[in-house]
Design a protein around this ligand. Structure first.
Ligand code: NBP
Length: 495
């Protein structure tokens, strides 16, 4: 039999779908799974009659491949990835390639890349986004690793990737070692943010008396061909909210428990942001909201002990729907600005050399956050690669400047009605903070830190001179007030 061009290990939804996708593009694919029954079931089911070679031990798998060997892992992240790498190593030669297509933690990917490259084995850590359907019909692919490793699979990846409306495949070389997995993780964090923002708007609409199908109609309108909110997540919100519960008159959404579970990527995004000192309040709010959603028992108990009285909505419904539309768009821009800022900080810290415009291009199709909006991000960074923040892109800045009051109104009305808007508020406050030349809250905190801990503080020129005070060498001057001494003298700290 003809040798296989590539192997896929892991016969769960993602691995099976990717193998079928590759085969449909003319590739011979060898497959393997730890539990042999799954390989057998796949071979006798969806893979039957196709150029897919089932194998039942790793030597057989590697022998079935042409050289250099290209082996893609689609298994649970963590130890299973390390186990497979260890088991594959005795069968591989320098120049062979292992690809980890699961949702691995980027620092694990950096470690694995280093360990394998010392043995001459190439390694790609790649995000694959789009779930089962994406993997089958065309995912967004975010590969990081050696460039020569990417070149070995570039054609396969371009063939199987989703195609954007201009025909461009949604894959590109992201950068070295952990770059691809970092970008995929941040993609998921942004996805959490999008989902929570949409959820808050929907919850508000429900709270002011709208039924699920009415909300679904609004979402469908917001997904219209030229609507700025048009996106896959708005589309599936519209579609899923119309679903009835088991043939009854109730809507399924009204019977689904208010618990949103999660795997690792949202949390990793927030952890990375904390480590890199990048504020991402909307994405963090989305993770916190999921955490709160999971503590159902606590919420059921608390409502008995703490009664929060709230007002009801008395405004004009059509007006607030329009307000919510523009508020959601601004919050989305703010959330993406946070995600992009995180990517840029990681790029610097880990030498990923990320190209934001090209990353946004990859996300235009195949993945969960796909949206026309991403084109605007690409254009923004193509026309000004040094943009200090996505919110400064003229098209976004114009919209935000003209409509920011609507986000304030939405949050205020939601709160008056007792509807939490944690992510919306985070998005709004992020904009307020990033456009504040002086953050009075930070002035107060800096003073407090010096008072209780002698931590020192910097100075500005005055209320209208927000620039930092520097010495003749251009170094920022630092001061401390002797709070416990009579007269509280101030001294300059010299280092
Ligand atoms: P799962 O994440 O459920 O992983 C199942 C695979 O991992 C099976 O092949 C299973 O083998 C193998 N595995 C497990 Br579980 N524990 C193992 C161990 N200790 N040693 C060896 N193999 C082990 O499958 P999936 O949902 O297809 O996802 C595959 C990867 O793609 C994951 O990293 C996931 O995070 C990522 N991803 C998933 C989606 C999605 O929508 N599902 C989307 C994007 C990315 P077994 O059959 O012998 O138990």
């Amino acid at each position: 039999m003809k040798k296989a061009n590539i192997a896929v290990i892991g016969m769960e939804v993602m691995g099976k779908s990717l193998a079928l996708n590759m085969e449909s593009k003319g590739y011979n694919v060898a497959v393997y799974n730890r539990t042999a029954e799954k390989t057998k079931a796949f071979a006798e089911g969806a893979a039957k009659g196709k150029n897919i070679i089932p194998t039942y031990d790793l030597k057989e798998l590697v022998d079935a491949l042409e050289s250099p060997k290209k082996i893609m892992l689609m298994v649970k992240e963590g130890q299973p990835v390390d186990n497979f790498i260890d088991m594959l190593l005795p069968h591989l030669k320098p120049g062979d390639l292992i690809i980890d297509g699961g949702n691995s933690f980027f620092k694990d990917t950096i470690r694995r890349n280093k360990m394998l490259s010392e043995k001459g084995i190439l390694f790609i850590g790649t995000g694959v986004s789009g779930g089962e359907e994406g993997a089958l019909k065309g995912p967004a692919i975010m590969p990081g690793g050696q460039f020569e490793a990417y070149k070995l699979v570039e054609k396969i990846f371009r063939d199987i990737a989703a195609k954007a409306y201009d025909g461009e495949p949604c894959v590109d070389y992201i950068g070295p070692d952990g770059a691809g997995h970092f970008v995929k993780t941040t993609h998921n964090g942004i996805e959490y943010g999008d989902m929570e923002l949409i959820g808050e708007v929907v919850w508000f609409f429900k709270n002011i008396g709208m039924k699920a199908d009415e909300i679904a109609d609004i979402m469908a309108k917001w997904n219209g061909p030229n609507d700025i909110l048009r996106s896959y997540l708005i589309e599936i919100t519209a579609d899923s909210m119309k679903q009835k519960h088991q043939g009854s008159d109730e809507f399924l959404v009204d019977r689904v428990a208010d618990i949103t579970r999660m795997k690792g990527t949202g949390t990793w995004t927030v952890q990375s942001a904390l480590e890199l000192l990048v504020p991402i309040p909307t994405i963090a709010a989305a993770v916190f909201a999921r955490e709160m959603s999971q503590d159902k028992d606590l919420r059921l108990e608390m409502v008995k002990r703490l009664k929060i009285s709230t007002g009801s909505f008395s405004g004009n419904k059509d007006e607030i729907i329009n307000v919510a539309h523009d508020a959601l768009y601004i919050a989305k821009i703010s959330s993406y600005a946070q995600g992009v800022a995180l990517l840029q900080a990681a790029s610097k810290a880990y030498n990923f050399s990320l190209n934001i415009g090209r990353i946004a291009k990859i996300w235009r199709a195949g993945c969960i956050i796909r949206a026309q909006f991403l084109d605007e991000i690409t254009k923004a960074y193509e026309s000004d690669p040094k943009l200090p923040n996505l919110l400064a892109a003229p098209k976004f800045a114009d919209f935000v400047q003209s409509n920011i009051g609507k986000l304030a109104t939405f949050i205020s009305v939601a709160h008056q009605c007792g509807v939490p808007a944690l992510a919306m508020s985070g998005a709004f406050d992020y904009i307020l903070q990033i456009t504040s030349p002086i953050m009075p809250s930070a002035q107060v905190s800096a003073l407090q830190r010096d008072y209780f801990g002698a931590h020192g503080y910097f100075k500005i020129g005055g209320p209208d001179k927000p620039e930092l005070m520097v010495n003749e060498k251009g170094q920022v001057r630092e001061f401390h007030t002797e709070w416990l001494l009579p007269g509280r003298p101030e001294r300059e700290i010299t280092k």
